[in-house]
Write a new protein. Sequence first.
Length: 302
Amino acid sequence: MPRSTDVARHVLAAEFLLLSLAWGTAFALISVALADFTPFQVVWCRLVLGAAALVSYALVRRQPVVVAPHLLGHIGVLAMLMCVIPFSLYAHAELRVPSHMAIILNATTPLVTTVFVYATKGGADGARPKFPALATSFCGVVVIAAPWRLNTSFQDWSAVAQCLAAVCCYAGGFTYLHWCTALRGADIGSISTSLVVAGAAVMLLFTPLVARSFPQAGTAAWASVVILGTVGTGFAYLWNTRLILAWGAARASSVTYVMPCVGMVFGSLFLAETITWNGIAGTALVTLGWLMSRPARGQAVL
């Protein structure tokens, strides 16, 4: 029995690393795709291809494709919070900000998730967010945003706001899945597949708008949306759902602290993006804030 537990622990750790790589490169792939596609088309391709990958995977393994009908309401909420809205926000934001800046701002997700989990929990078990940690991470966000470098135009500031709004969506989705007891007994693969399929269904409603101006995209753009859809959306959500249910929302969302390292290196190597001092310093502050927010041994965990 202990041996099987160790195996399960190592599988989760491997999926955590795979998720870090998949989502760490996702922001750079979005930038590549935006060279030929519109933001809306990137989101459409991402969700439709992700749904196709997960449905195919479930059929091959002869697993349930979707959850029970009475759980579809919860799936609809999660699809909007964790797919449709944040995907759209980041795709539009990356028209104005480089991919490494978007991914670093995304690193605030665990701290926001901790606050959301506490707010919904009401502190009944004594777990409280640490305000010095919140202040430290907030300073990190300010350093990352680098207001002294941004233009005074509304578009630049709105791009940063879109990234932070997407963070709140992800944090809300993490928290909702963490506390949704109705989904606890459901198959993990079914949850992930249903979530992405629901998001794809929403985007399919807008197919006429997407298809009307579909471009003659290059190989790099098509490769980006295919990888982004099948791996960064399809299988990544399977791994992410399993981590949330096994580790809890706050710990599972810590994947976003590994992502900036992957994203900055990938953006520097393949997109010729410059890694700035404020990006590194801001990431360090955000990470320090998260470490400060972690409960001491014996304290309740959010």
